[in-house]
Design a protein around this ligand. Sequence first.
Ligand code: UD1
Length: 423
Amino acid sequence: MDRIIVRGGNRLEGSVRASGSKNATLALMAAALLTDDEVVLRNVPRVRDVATMRQILAALGVPSDWEPDDEHALRIAGRGDRGRPIHPEAPYDLVRQMRASFLVLGPLLARCGIGRVSEPGGCAIGVRPVDQHLKGLEALGAKIRLDHGYVEATASHLEGARVNFDITTVNGTQNVMMAATLARGRTEIENAAREPEVTELATVLNAMGADVRGAGSDHIEIDGVASLHGTEHDVWADRIEVGTLLAAGMITGGSVSVTGVAPALLDATLEKLRETGAGIDVQADAVTVRAGGRGHGVKAVTAPYPGFPTDMQAQLMAVLALADGSSTITETVFEHRFMHVPELVRLGADITVDGRTAHVRGVGALSGAPVMATDLRASAGLLLAGLAADGETVVNRVYHIDRGYERIEEKLRRLGADIRREG
Ligand code: UD1
C-alpha cells in the first residue's frame, strides 16, 4: 500500500498549475448520461474518484476514454449511433467506494424511467444520508423503493415541481437539477446549494440544451426540455486543491503561486488565510500566497458556499496548529470530521475537540511521525503538517489522498518539498 514520506522544513517557493475540479467533474460525468451524444470534458483531474466514476458509467453501459493526445481530456461515449442500452443499476462495489456515485440516480431516472443505485450507507465523516436527494426526486414524481440495499427510483415521466430542501446539499441539488432538465414543465429548487460546482454543472447542462437559471443563488429554476445534446467543456480549477497548495506555502513560511484559477471562487479560503497573516496576491487567473511568519490564531466556522469550505477545514487546522495563539474551528457541515485531530496531536499539535468545535493552541514546532490518513481532506491536512514538521513524517493509506489530488507529491516536490512516494 502506497505511503508518502515527507521530510519537513523546506520552504516552498514557486508556481504550480491547478488541476480541474474533482467534485465538478464527477457531476459532469453523471450529466453525460442525459444525452445520446458524446460529451468531452477537458482539464479532468486524473484522480481515483474520477476512475471510479468511469467504472460506474461503464457498468451502466456508457464507456469513456482518455484522449490519446491529451491525458486530461475524457471522451464519454454517446449511445445514439450504437444504440447501446443503458443498464440502470450502479452496483454496490463501486458505490461503496464513493458516495458521489449517487449522482447518477437523477440522470438514470430522467433517461430510463428507472434508476437503481446501491444505498451509499454511512461513511467515515458522518452519517451522510441521501434523504434530500430522494425528497427532490419524489417531488418530480418518482416512486422510491428500498430493495436489498438498493435505492430504486421509477417514474413513467417526470413532472416539474417545487423542491424545497430542508438543508443545503450540493450533490442533492445537482441530482435534482439533472433530473429536472428532462422533466415536463418547470422545476423550482428552493434552498439550493450555491457551490461553484452547482454553477458549473448548470453551465454545462445549458450548453447541452437545457434551460437552467439561477444557479449560484439559492433559487434555481429549470424548464424541462425534450432532449439534451453533447458538448465539450474545460473543467474549472479545483478550488480545494488550490487552497491546499496555498496552505502548503503558508505553513512552510514560503511563497507559492497557483495558476489556472478563478480567484473569485476562493473568497472564503483566501480571506481566512489572509486573516491568519498570510499575504495574498490575486491576479487574473492566479493566486500567490506569501507567508508572513507563523501567522496567528483565528476563528473559523465551516459553512455551505460562500462560507468557509468544510473541505479546507483539516488543511486550515494544520496551519493553525503552528500559528501564534489560539484558534477555534467549528465544523457545521459534517459530524465526525475531526479524525485528523488525533493524528495532528501525534505530530505534537495541541488540539482538543469539544463537540463540533476544535480548540487549537498554536505550538512552536511539530515533530515528524508516522500518521494514518483517514479520509481525503484529513490526509491533506496531515501532509501539510508533515511539510512543516521536524524530521520525517510518513503518511500511510495515501489512497485517500489519491481519491482527490492528482500527483500531489509531484506538485509539492516541484515547489521544493522533500517528499516521495513508496509503494
Ligand atoms: C459535496 C462534496 C464534498 C463536500 C460537501 C460539502 C462532491 C462529490 N462532494 O458532498 O466534497 O464536502 O459537498 O461542501 O461534490 N445531507 C443530508 N441529506 C441529504 C444530503 C446531505 O442530511 O440527502 C447532509 C450531509 O450529511 C451533510 C450536509 O447535508 O451533513 C451537506 O452535505 P452535502 O452538501 O450533500 O455534501 P455532498 O454533496 O455529499
